[in-house]
Design a protein around this ligand. Structure first.
Ligand SMILES: Nc1nc2c(ncn2[C@@H]2O[C@H](COP(=O)(O)OP(=O)(O)O)[C@@H](O)[C@H]2O)c(=O)[nH]1
Ligand SMILES: [Mg+2]
Length: 476
């Protein structure tokens, strides 16, 4: 096989079995058309996977088989007449409208494309399926079968496996709606076994996929680190005329401050989403995701970041009295991150840096007049909350299969998205000391040390690898 050979796989099967969904997930391409109406695809369409500007592998979406029994009958009738029975079939039936889609689906096969046969494994095997599988066997081409079960349940799994054994070199269970990075790689690994001649090429493909994923994790860690730096250091300063109303100006500035921080955060999420090639559909987050809550809302601040006890320990002034005071502060106070809290509870919160996210200062400035300044952030919990939200977002976007376009009503699975308390509450003291160092650096007036920033980035890369089930790949 030539070194510049680009492997090509035709995704074939009966209409509506999930061919396009499997292709979309495998190629991470959400421009692939998926439809609940059978028979919408009438021509083949190519979907190349481009990595670093180079085509690495190509998948072909095909129309479903229309007349598998008739095709098989004709193929069998050729006997020894020809070695190229598929070509002969197309020559004979090319002008026959009855076989238009069948001829189209067989086209990539005449070019020698590898075959990926997709069936919905949640239903029993039928005789048309046997005919389709036999046609594919007669092509003699490298071929694999995929069980893409639309419903959970394994009642027919053994039945399908028995049939596959007769006609395919390799078969695998692969779910177009739930497959993640690791499962895509597993599928490509098994694809290597369809033919010895394809092994080296597919090894190159797998290496490219892994390297690309590692690069995305690296880029995501940079995006998150930069966003954190920007949010933590962000400040607003405005001059206050002598006659000005400091209070209303402060209120306006706080609104603007929050708005800008939200913008910085959502811009970073958007960049991560593009990295993971979710560009067409705006399905973003599961309906009950904590990320639907506003960054500055009470529930976000209660559920994410360090737990209450961890905050007490982090502040170094633990004790039952303080825990009680914290409860008092949380209950019955109208929530506002910048709210001034009165009494003992308020004083305790202030001591912990509790709800005071960033101080508002009224400063005298030269040449008279006054200045109001908000920021940079003083409460490290804000760093933890931004981290949690970034990691939750990353978990969602990096594990979301491209073939799945929306949430089935009533069947919302959120297993990866809503770990109560998020990720950071699980971190050990080593992780927290990296966060501390980073926080100090990012909020310092003239932060210069790049060490703390580099440490945060490396730490994040490891976290992202864990979340996306990927292994460490040495960058080349
Ligand atoms: N629940 C579920 N539905 C699926 C899955 N794969 C495909 N579908 C649905 O089945 C229908 C047909 O899918 P499509 O990929 O267009 O099938 P094709 O005609 O074989 O290309 C669509 O409504 C898909 O959303 C799956 O793994 N799980
Ligand atoms: Mg289709």
């Amino acid at each position: 096989m030539r070194p510049d050979f680009i492997p090509e796989f035709a995704i074939v099967g009966h209409p509506n079995e999930g061919k396009s969904s499997v292709l979309s997930t495998l190629a991470e391409d959400d421009s692939v058309r998926i439809s609940g109406t059978p028979g919408e695809t009438v021509i083949c369409q190519q979907f190349p996977v481009i990595i670093d500007g180079r085509e690495i592998i190509r998948f072909i979406d095909t129309p479903g088989f229309q007349n598998p029994r008739k095709i098989l009958h004709q193929l069998q009738s050729f006997g020894d007449e020809t070695d190229d029975i598929i070509g002969a079939f197309r020559d004979r039936n090319g002008d026959n409208p009855e076989f238009r889609e069948d001829c189209e689906l067989l086209l990539p096969i005449t070019r020698g494309a590898g075959i990926i046969y997709v069936v919905d494994g949640s239903r029993p095997v039928r005789s048309v399926d046997r005919a389709e599988m036999e046609i594919l066997r007669l092509t003699g081409l490298p071929r694999m079968a995929i069980l893409n079960s639309k419903d959970a349940g394994t009642d027919f799994l053994e039945q399908w496996k028995d049939e596959f054994r007769k006609c395919f070199n390799v078969f695998r269970v692969f779910n177009a709606h739930t497959a993640n990075y690791a499962q895509r790689i597993e599928l490509l690994e098994s694809l290597k076994n369809i033919d010895q001649d394809w092994q080296a090429t597919l090894d190159t493909v797998i290496r490219a996929f892994k390297k690309d994923w590692a690069q995305r994790n690296l880029a995501s860690a940079s995006i998150i680190t930069e966003m954190l730096q920007e949010c933590l250091a962000y400040k607003k300063v405005r001059n206050l005329a002598d006659s000005g109303d400091a209070e209303s100006m402060q209120a306006d500035m706080l609104k603007e401050y929050e708005k800008n921080i939200r913008k910085i955060e959502s811009r970073s999420h958007h960049k991560i989403r593009s990295l993971f090639k979710h560009t067409v559909f705006n399905y973003d987050l599961p309906p009950r995701s904590i990320l639907h809550e506003d960054l500055f809302s009470e529930s976000t601040w209660k559920l994410l970041g360090l737990s209450r006890n961890q905050q007490i320990v982090a502040a170094g002034i633990g004790g039952a009295g303080i825990a009680a005071a914290l409860d008092a502060a949380t209950v019955g106070t109208s929530f506002g991150l910048f709210a001034t809290l009165g009494g003992l509870a308020g004083a305790t919160w202030a001591a912990l840096g509790g709800k005071n996210l960033a101080r508002t200062r009224i400063l005298g400035i030269p040449l008279g007049g006054r200045e109001i300044q908000i920021g940079p952030v003083e409460n490290i919990q804000f760093l933890y909350i931004l981290l949690d939200r970034s990691l939750i977002y990353y978990a969602h976007i990096s594990n979301w299969a491209h073939g799945r376009r929306d949430y089935d009503a009533g069947k919302v699975d959120q297993k990866k998205d809503t770990a109560p308390g998020g990720y950071v509450a699980q971190w050990d003291s080593g992780a927290r000391s990296i966060c501390n160092g980073f926080f100090k650096e990012a909020t310092k007036k003239n932060g210069s040390s790049q060490d703390a920033v580099a440490q945060m980035k490396d730490f994040l890369i490891a976290q992202l690898q864990k979340i996306s089930h990927s292994e460490d790949v040495t960058m080349m």
